[in-house]
Design a protein around this ligand. Structure first.
Ligand SMILES: Nc1ncnc2c1ncn2[C@@H]1O[C@H](COP(=O)(O)OP(=O)(O)OP(=O)(O)O)[C@@H](O)[C@H]1O
Length: 583
């Protein structure tokens, strides 16, 4: 009920459209219910004139025809108008909900995404809102009233015209409803299987596309094709069974039931009529048969609407669950950093309660210093950066930028102080220029060109026909990894952050590119406090401080020479790497 009320509350955004649309629908329905009455007058006129051997006047005949046809055309035209109004309104509402949930998703804490597959999140934003549009806003909320009015209206009209026929048809009502419910019961699990297999095929395809090269390297094509075929068969099976049930129950059997009842009523009334027992005119007979025949469709529709409603409730529940996930409280205070001095003060942190990822982390970095973060995989290097960005807050201790506790300032202003170059830089769909300016209007084209020159990306840009306006698609897959890094360096330089984070920026590239990247790195580092997450210790030999993490704790801390003198883990790692490099 809560979900239903909440779904209904969105109608307020297009309440006039809904009001007018539903009103027009009802008028159109009333006209269709009224049409047989005109038809009956026509029939009565013709039969009376024939009985009394009078001339059938053409103009009277035409008048009845025009009235009858005019009514039908008017009803169709009004129905068309209302359909458009309501369809447009439901489109708008689903757009509003989709934007709302999308915006909310963007503000959710990073921890929300930790245990949720991307496909599941996007299904809520895209597919579930689509189900809401079709099932709830376009069908259920507009049709349910209309269909109920049609059923009740037709029954009332039937009873008014002929009480025995109307009451007999009332007895048929539960039989027909039960028939429809039985159909739904059979079809629902099949629909479920069908949707599951479609979603499974989606994720199987996404996995192959994302890891195309890995799939080929490990020659997994055949087994992945087998898995896909299995799901595809499952889809085929559920579709086939649905088609059987559909064609048998809805089209044939349901049509059979409808036609049989109509036929029986016709026979019964016809006998009474010809025997003269029934006082009805031919026209009334026509009305009765027409009403009996048309009463089935709205009943079928109501049962279907109920299923749509159930599906909409499930989709609505999922969408609202995401919308109701609390976003992190954020301070109004803007962090202003002039120097770029960073301190971690007795920081303890775990991603989940009870987990310890960082333990008693203490260090201080002066403005413009470079810090190398080293340690085995899983030792906590990235976690330190995650805390610096305020993706997470520590359970204990403080992180200070220029002496200010970042927890007391809003996240955006904290992140504004940071620039990051990842090992695999992320480029957004757009152009090279938009990837450097990040659509920040204060970064002019001149500044973009300047950043490109400074990081040494000019030769690379000059090779491109459209220069900085070259489109970037699919995360920049058509650019080399080194080129993507240069763009990323130019982006960082243009945004002019106080603190810089380099995530293994120089690994996996050839010596020539390494020189270019090293140059870019030196340019970007200048005057900024820099953290380098390095696996290759040769890249941080000149760092002012090196922090060696081991199982979330600082095990060694000093400059390169000091750590070598310690003859501990760092020295061991360094000698091993130096030896490997000379082999
Ligand atoms: N989102 C997360 N949720 C739960 N645990 C996490 C999460 N991210 C990292 N961890 C855990 O925290 C610990 C430290 O991970 P972290 O990524 O900081 O290590 P790292 O030193 O950067 O490793 P690598 O060099 O492999 O990138 C690991 O045990 C890891 O499993």
């Amino acid at each position: 009920m809560k979900t239903f009320n909440r779904l209904l509350s969105y109608v307020k955004y297009r309440k006039f459209s809904y009001l007018i649309g539903i009103l027009l629908l009802l008028i159109s329905a009333a006209l269709t219910i009224y049409a047989p009455i005109i038809g009956s007058r026509l029939i009565n006129y013709v039969s009376l004139q024939t009985q009394e051997a009078e001339v059938i006047e053409l103009n009277i005949l035409v008048t009845f025809f025009v009235q009858y046809l005019g009514l039908i055309i008017l009803s169709v035209a009004i129905g068309y108008g209302s359909f458009l109004i309501l369809a447009f309104a439901s489109n708008d509402i689903s757009r509003i909900i989709r934007n709302e949930v999308h915006e909310h998703m963007q503000n959710l804490p990073i921890s929300y995404f930790d245990d949720k597959p991307a496909a599941k999140i996007s299904a809520r934003i895209v597919n579930d809102t689509e189900v809401l549009r079709e099932n709830f806003y376009q069908n259920f909320s507009t049709q349910v009233l209309l269909q109920v009015v049609q059923v009740v209206g037709t029954y009332v009209a039937l009873i008014l015209v002929s009480r025995p026929v109307g009451l007999t048809m009332l007895i048929m009502l539960p039989i027909f409803v039960l028939w429809q419910l039985g159909y739904m019961k059979m079809i629902q699990p099949l629909n479920h299987r069908w949707r599951e297999s479609v979603s499974e095929m989606n994720s199987q395809t996404a996995e192959i596309v994302q890891g195309a090269s890995i799939v080929q390297i490990f020659q997994r094509q055949e087994s992945m094709a087998d898995d896909f075929e299995k799901t595809n068969q499952e889809w085929l099976d559920s579709r086939r069974k649905t088609n059987y049930i559909d064609s048998t129950l809805t089209w044939n059997l349901s049509g059979f039931l409808k036609n049989t009842v109509t036929l029986l009523v016709m026979m019964y009334l016809g006998t009474l009529f010809t025997e003269g027992i029934l006082g009805y005119s031919m026209g009334v007979l026509f009305i009765l048969i027409d009403y009996v025949n048309r009463i089935f469709d709205p009943i079928t529709m109501i049962v279907r609407l109920m299923t749509m409603f159930q599906q909409a409730l499930v989709a609505g529940h999922r969408v609202f669950e995401m919308m109701d996930t609390p976003i992190e409280e954020d301070s109004e205070r803007e962090l202003i950093v002039k120097a770029g001095q960073v301190s971690f003060n007795k920081v303890n942190f775990g991603y989940k309660t009870g987990q310890t990822v960082l333990k008693d982390i203490n260090f201080s970095v002066a403005q413009g210093e470079t810090v190398g973060l080293v340690g085995h995989t899983g030792s906590g290097k990235s976690s330190i950066i995650n805390l610096l960005f305020r993706f997470y807050d520590p359970q204990a201790g403080q992180i200070l930028l220029d002496g200010q506790n970042i927890r007391e300032y809003n996240r955006e202003s904290v992140r504004d102080q940071m620039g990051i170059v990842l090992q695999e830089p992320y480029l957004f769909t757009g152009t090279i220029a938009s990837n450097i300016s990040m659509n920040d209007a204060s970064i002019t084209e001149e500044m973009i060109q300047d950043a490109i020159n400074k990081v040494g990306a000019r030769p690379m840009i000059d090779k491109l026909e459209l220069g900085i306006h070259t489109p970037v698609v699919e995360k920049g897959q058509s650019l080399s990894s080194g080129e993507r890094q240069l763009i990323s360096f130019a982006r960082t330089l243009a945004s002019n952050p106080k603190i810089l984070i380099l995530d293994e920026a120089t690994s996996h590239i050839d010596t020539e590119t390494e020189e270019v990247i090293q140059h870019a790195m030196n340019v970007v580092k200048e005057g900024r406090t820099t953290f380098i997450i390095a696996h290759r210790l040769s890249t941080i030999q000149n760092a002012d401080q090196i922090i060696l993490l081991d199982q979330g704790m600082i095990k060694e801390h000093g400059n390169h020479q000091e750590l070598l003198n310690l003859e501990g883990q760092y020295a061991e790692m360094f000698h091993m790497q130096a030896k490997a490099a000379t082999v």
